[in-house]
Design a protein around this ligand. Structure first.
Ligand code: HAM
Length: 427
């Protein structure tokens, strides 16, 4: 056993898994770009207040899952548990409201939550987060959901399911909670689990998406918030569903979906796919019309979503999808004798500087052993340089796939490979 291991809930992404990652992240960037989103990077840590206020003090994330620490100057800092609050902080700090609205931003990077590690749930995970700030139109909600849709479709996901709900706004949600939900839950408080009785005091809306088996019959019959929306929220929700229906994006209305972050208003959604337990979403998001104001900016609407990259990779593996391979050298030099090795070093240098990846056998092992190494490498073509080839100013190029071998002049080797690879690009 190794003396040191990666901390609990974290993982190394080894070279053999990188093809999945590069493929997913490349597609994410490309699709975000098609919708006019621009990349942004924000710090890995922020003032604790940004998340405490942004995500909400009554949430599991803020109460139990944040990595919060004092720096040497006594400031309370927190490793980001998500991107949205930090991106909104940057939007305000850099006066982005004077730019053409909405400002569409995406970020990719690690986020940190002190959760109980299990399959698909880590303490450090990677998000692709898209934020559209400064637009109230339901079309913005549709476009955000569409980015998610396009990404999962491009990856060939099966059984993609969108769960959709509207949780109203500052006008219609408080009266729903106060006059409808709380009295209902209180009338059946004896049937709720202990955790849900606590939630009822602190954050009653969250009782709706409880995972506690005991509470299920109670929440199943709870009066849905969608029947208590104000006219504006109702119209907004109807307009979003209109776009989803028009473009035939399948979704399921789930009046119990509320999500674990306090900033949401109106739209909330979550995405699941075949290959992950139903409890594990591959993405989720929603509208946050109050967040800019909560963090000290002017009233500004916003909507966004984030996808978890580790979970996407798990789905790809479970569904048996292989990513396109990463580029790797296709040429391997084997050599016999010191002058031949020097020639190999110089020729490999020329190839690399012409954009062709090349490997040179290290050391001075036998040709047979170097050939064995070549066959274990990514290379399909072996360039053989012995004393005889050297004296003729030539090399032998062997195609490991077909076994064919040809003599090529050293001075023409770069051109020869350029022609070959133009005709046979890597599969
Ligand atoms: P979230 O639902 O908390 O939303 O996280 C987004 C996605 O990150 C999840 O759907 C899941 O794929 C992944 N994820 C979350 N926690 C973990 C974990 N412990 N291990 C592995 N993957 C995980 C947000 O973070 C919001 N900021 C999304 C958003 C953006 N809403 C508006 N804009």
């Amino acid at each position: 056993m190794a003396r040191y291991q990666a901390p609990r809930g974290t993982q190394d992404v080894l070279p053999e898994d990188q093809a999945y990652w590069q493929w997913v992240l490349g597609l994410a960037r490309e699709i975000a770009g098609r919708y006019g989103f621009q990349p942004i990077d924000v710090p890995v840590f922020e003032d604790t207040e940004v998340f405490a206020r942004g995500v909400g003090t009554g949430t599991d994330i803020v109460e139990k899952e944040m990595y919060t620490f004092k720096d040497r100057g006594g400031r309370s800092l927190t490793l980001r548990p998500e991107f949205t609050a930090g991106i909104v902080r940057a939007y305000i700090e850099h006066g982005m409201r004077v730019r053409p609205q909405p400002v569409k931003l995406y970020a990719i990077g690690p986020v940190f939550r002190y959760e109980a590690p299990q399959a698909g749930r880590y303490r450090q995970h990677t998000q692709f987060s898209c934020e559209c700030i400064g637009e109230a139109d339901a079309l913005a909600d549709f476009e955000i959901m569409s980015i998610a849709w396009d990404l999962y479709a491009a990856l060939g996901f099966q059984e993609v399911q969108f769960q959709l709900n509207s949780i109203g706004c500052q006008h219609c949600r408080p009266p729903y909670i106060r006059d409808v939900l709380v009295p209902y839950l209180q009338s059946r408080i004896n049937e709720l689990s202990k955790i849900d009785v606590e939630r009822l005091q602190k954050n009653p809306l969250r009782v709706l998406d409880t995972k506690e088996p005991e509470s299920q019959p109670v929440v199943a019959e709870a009066p849905p918030i969608t029947e208590h929306l104000c006219a504006e929220c109702r119209d907004h929700f109807a307009q979003l569903r209109f776009y989803l229906d028009m473009l035939e994006r399948p979704y399921e209305l789930n009046p119990r979906l509320v999500r674990g972050l306090d900033y949401y208003t109106k739209t909330v959604f979550e995405v699941t796919a075949a290959g992950l337990g139903a409890q594990n979403a591959v993405g989720g998001g929603g509208r946050y019309d109050g967040l800019v104001e909560v963090l000290g900016g002017p009233p500004t609407p916003g909507v966004g979503f984030a996808a978890g990259i580790e979970r996407i990779v798990l789905v790809l593996k479970a569904q048996g999808t292989t990513p396109p391979p990463l580029p790797a050298p296709r040429v391997y030099f084997v050599h016999h004798g010191s002058p031949a090795k020097d020639a190999a070093v110089a020729l490999a240098d020329q190839l690399r500087h012409s954009g062709i990846g090349a490997l040179v056998a290290f050391g001075n092992r036998s040709m047979k052993s170097q050939m064995r190494q070549a066959s274990k490498s990514s290379a399909r073509y072996v360039v053989i340089i012995g004393e005889e080839e050297l004296s003729r100013g030539e090399v032998q190029v062997k195609d490991l796939q077909t076994g064919q071998q040809v003599a090529v002049r050293q001075a023409e080797l770069v051109q020869w490979f350029q022609n070959l690879f133009a005709q046979h690009p890597p599969q």
